[in-house]
Design a protein around this ligand. Sequence first.
Ligand code: 9D3
Length: 248
Amino acid sequence: MRIDVFSIFPEMFEGPFSTSIIKRARERDLVDIRTYNIRDWAIDKHQLTDDTPYGGGGGMVMKPEPLFAAVEDVRGEDVCPVILLTPQGRVLTQAVAAELAARPRLMLLCGRYEGVDERVREHLATDEISIGDYVLSGGELAAMVVVDAVVRLLPGALGFEGSAVEDSHATGLLEGAHYTRPPLFREWPVPEILISGHHARIVAWRRQQALLRTLERRPDLLATAPLTAKERQWLRAQGYEGPFAEAV
Ligand code: 9D3
């Protein structure tokens, strides 16, 4: 997969894209990530990438010409999603990450200031993504979140960190507790079941813990999680009164 990222602060990406899973995925050639400075396509002598908004109101808006020139140059004859990171986009979920991970090439555009000229949305971007309902200072951190969520889904990207199919958001549930040595830390023991060696019972206990934690913290997830009839019945007994999706 190839990912091109456009920003006026490309140096922001250095640490996250050179560390841990993304670093290893790049070394294994699972992903070719390139960052570009939009300013390199600015035409005027001051290399301006922003300007004042028509109609007034203060703040600055990203100019369309450098963004169009940068994307068109780098894209060449290729057709690929051009994703604008914006608070107005569809919200990133695991399903969106999986959809993007299936594409051979992505382009990510990071806005700054109050936003980008509307013609970028209308005629350059093919998709708009937000990472949630809070205000960031620009699209860069959002682009890093998108890249991280996508790259770890690429086959071969995860090593002993575990399998992406067992991720809490792949089961549709939150995960239960995790423990490691020592078996007794201060006066707090590891649950006896985990030390018992009864693998089938441990699997069942973990599933129950995941269901309980989801019920306590994110009951909204139970509406769409794949659950067996027994699990639904058990959740009802625990007091869950919300909806369930189709049975599995
Ligand atoms: C005054 C209105 N603001 C909208 C809430 C303007 C504004 C604030 C922050 C416009 C852009 C930004 C910068 N944020 C992003 O570019 C951004 C973002 C975000 O702020 N939250 C969640 N996801 C994203 S993706 C890009």
